[in-house]
Design a binder for this molecule. Structure first.
Ligand code: HAM
Length: 414
């Protein structure tokens, strides 16, 4: 039998349904903000990503799926969607009249990363790209879109924002940063490479030794020009006014080289270490880097697999919230209890533990299974024709007559 390629997965049944649900929610929200669908190729000339995502990024430096086709062209499987969207915008000459275009897309991206939970070699993104809009209100709207999508999907997240400055203020910061970096030693090999290619990417390093060396790093916030400062302050004010919570993170520089001004990331920690579930920002300079005379671009992408993982976990939790944990303190009570459990199972999800254990052990197990109701039969209860009941959420407990149990469970919320 031929196995699937490492780092890929089949989306079947529940996973396929979740994928559809996420895309549908994202599309609905994006359409309300006047974005429309585009479909872009999965392969591009490698040069496109080298010139946009940048040689200093891990994506281009280490993770790109590249090959030569039969005509010796250097081709890459797209590691992300922004570069293709900019290429499409420029190829269609929309930049000539500075046309405003708001596009959304979804589909496979490819990065040769070490596969682990929430990290695949072929994964899916839902992305939006907005062209021709200079106003910081567009950046704000993109954050609103993400905030709304996550609310609709019931996903908790932390929003981190930063400003990376523009052509006027970024070079000054770069100089300050290089001076600071040169005065330190002990950076990892990746940081030494980044220092040469794009020094601000050093701020993004996740290695503890580098993080410690960076404690007193100069901050972009202190170097912003008047326009960038005003825009960044306005962005924060409007987010606050609209009750979108955020943290300013001076080390948020994003893993791709094309950003300037607004940069943001949404994180969630329910699938292991804090994971970015979406990221984006402004990339006006990229249009020039790819051959236009100028223009404006801002966008984001959501990692669908990470959202799927969180939703699966949330669903598992809600499922178990209906769970009744049934146990006995003495194995001799098992035979009599099984008929009662059979009856309860006609309407309720019941887990029955056949082993007699101490009450405290059973309670621990019930908690670990995230059950909401705990039922326990001990010798005393059996003699009294009762059962011990505990609501594991409200912590209320009492003994209930077995004859009243079904009626009690169907009607009570306590
Ligand atoms: P990115 O931060 O590289 O940005 O990716 C966006 C999201 O894709 C991440 O936040 C993460 O959820 C997900 N992701 C990234 N790599 C993997 C992986 N190996 N496995 C699973 N999920 C992954 C971009 O791609 C930019 N193009 C975003 C953007 C659009 N900026 C402006 N417009």
């Amino acid at each position: 039998m031929i196995s699937s390629v490492k780092g890929t997965q089949d989306l079947i049944d529940k996973k396929a349904a979740l994928y559809e649900k996420i895309i549908k929610t994202c599309e609905e929200v994006a359409k309300n903000y006047s974005f429309s669908f585009i479909n872009l190729p999965h392969m591009e000339l490698s040069a496109l990503f080298k010139r946009s995502v940048g040689e200093s990024s891990d994506i281009v430096g280490k993770e790109m799926y590249e090959f030569k086709d039969k005509s010796d062209r250097e081709i890459a499987l797209r590691p992300e969607g922004t570069a293709s969207a900019v290429r499409a915008y420029l190829n269609a000459k929309f930049d000539k009249n500075k046309a405003a275009k708001r596009w959304f897309y979804h589909g496979s991206m490819f990065r040769y990363e070490r596969p682990q939970k929430g990290r695949f070699r072929e994964f899916h993104q839902f992305g939006v790209e907005s062209f021709g809009e200079k106003s910081v209100y567009e950046d704000i709207n993109l954050i609103f879109i993400l905030d709304e999508i996550f609310k609709k999907l019931g996903i908790k997240s932390t929003l981190k924002i930063n400003s990376l400055g523009c052509e006027a203020c970024m070079p000054k910061f770069r100089e300050k940063l290089i001076e600071f970096l040169n005065a330190q030693s002990g950076f990892c090999e990746d940081c030494l490479r980044r220092k040469e290619l794009n020094p601000i990417r050093v701020l993004d390093c996740k290695q503890e030794t580098c993080k410690n060396l960076l404690i007193k790093h100069p901050k972009m916030r202190d170097c912003l020009c008047e326009t960038c400062k005003t825009d960044f302050e306005l962005l924060q004010k409007v987010l606050k006014d609209n009750e979108v919570k955020f943290e300013v993170d001076d080390r948020l520089v994003r893993g791709l080289d094309y950003y300037s001004k607004t940069a943001f990331e949404f994180e969630n920690d329910s699938i292991g270490a804090k994971a970015a579930i979406a990221g984006g920002g402004r990339y006006d300079r990229l249009l020039q880097d790819l051959g236009s005379k100028g223009g404006y671009g801002v966008g984001f992408a959501i990692g669908i697999e990470r959202i799927m993982d969180i939703l699966e976990q949330n669903e598992a939790k809600t499922d178990d919230e209906n769970l009744i944990y049934f146990c006995i303190l003495n194995e001799e009570l098992l035979q009599d209890s099984i008929s009662l459990v059979k009856k309860l199972r006609q309407n309720k999800k019941v887990f029955m533990n056949y082993e007699a254990k101490k009450l405290s052990k059973h309670l621990e197990l019930a908690d670990s299974m995230n059950a909401c109701v705990f039922l326990c039969m001990g010798d005393d209860e059996f003699k009294e024709g009762k059962i011990f009941y505990k609501n594991l959420k409200s912590k209320i407990d009492k003994k209930i007559l077995i004859n009243d149990l079904e009626n009690f469970l169907w009607t009570t919320t306590a």
